[in-house]
Ligand binder design. Sequence first.
Ligand code: ADP
Ligand code: CIR
Length: 353
Amino acid sequence: MSEGTGIYRTFFEAEGCRSLLKKHLTRGKFEALKEKQISFGGTLDDCIRSGVENIDSLVGLYASDPGAYTTFAGLFDPVIKDYHSVPVSEPIRQPPCDFGNVNELSFKDLDPEGQYIVSTRVRVARCLHGYGFPPTLTRELREEIEKKTCEAFGKLTGALRGTYHSLTNMKELEQKQLMDEHFLFHDHSRFRRSVGGYDDWPIGRGIFYNEDKNFLVWINEGDHLRLISMQKGGDLGAVYKRLVKAVLIMGETLAFARDERLGFLTFCPSNLGTSLRASVHMKIPRVSAQDSFKATCEKLNLQVRGTHGEHTEAQGGVYDISNKRRLGLTEIDAVTEMYYGVKQILQMEKEFS
Ligand code: ADP
Ligand code: CIR
């Protein structure tokens, strides 16, 4: 592993690469960190390979395992601060988990007439304490994570009760349908592939969902778990409340990896802290046509994605708008930031029509 040869040389010399990895991985830092090893077996190469191979990455960095965040803090910390808008002069600090009082939420339906918002989704990521992330997982460990999680599903009752569907025995047609409906993850992100995200596929992967298909859990997609609440329309309060209820139940059985400074530990540093991403699929043809659209969203701490998730395009003027910051604020503050931001974008769309 030498910065003077092969793909590293190409990366360091790449012009037009705008990733946070490129911004914060100096040649000196690379030399200082490259020989360090973590107890899980992770290396600097595991963490940076995706960003080095995919120079159009936005972040470009993944944690090989929880230890990467301390062993390679010299690289991760500046990336984390940059992504989550933590001032350089301030320390990274995640407040204790706080979902707020879900019985007294002040969120109103964002689009009661159903003209703009197609659907609303809130997800959190969770990793099980004591396990590495995809580059350091084995087939056996993936299966162990799947087994432990499936045992916890037994605690979900009432409207949350559901069934686990393993990808190892799910027909391709069924998978495609679930993906088209935005319920299921896929295995064709080159960013993930570079970093072992699809090793042993489809072993240990699967999806749990309830009868109404408004509460779902992904297993071993990237993070060990993704807990998701979603439904048609703009009733963010209902979506969030359902998610919180399910997360608290799952947490009674499973020990989630959490760090005092960084909050919930995740594979991608963009998800640290609350790991919460609250999004709407929104029809905003007029606002999105403005040159200032991206800058407006940035000012509101909103992230813009395409209709099928990150690194996809918006189809038919439908954008995925969500909170960008997930670290440095509480869960209820992250979802509130998204609520007011989306409200403002909606107001602008109405004013343009
Ligand atoms: P995440 O990182 O939150 O899992 P991705 O960008 O990878 O998000 O998207 C995962 C899937 O969730 C995609 O199919 C995407 O279209 C879908 N999705 C995201 N937000 C919404 C939403 N508000 N309504 C419906 N589907 C959504
Ligand atoms: C990238 O760096 O572009 C991918 N590894 C995804 C990073 C997280 N996604 C995001 O913030 N949109």
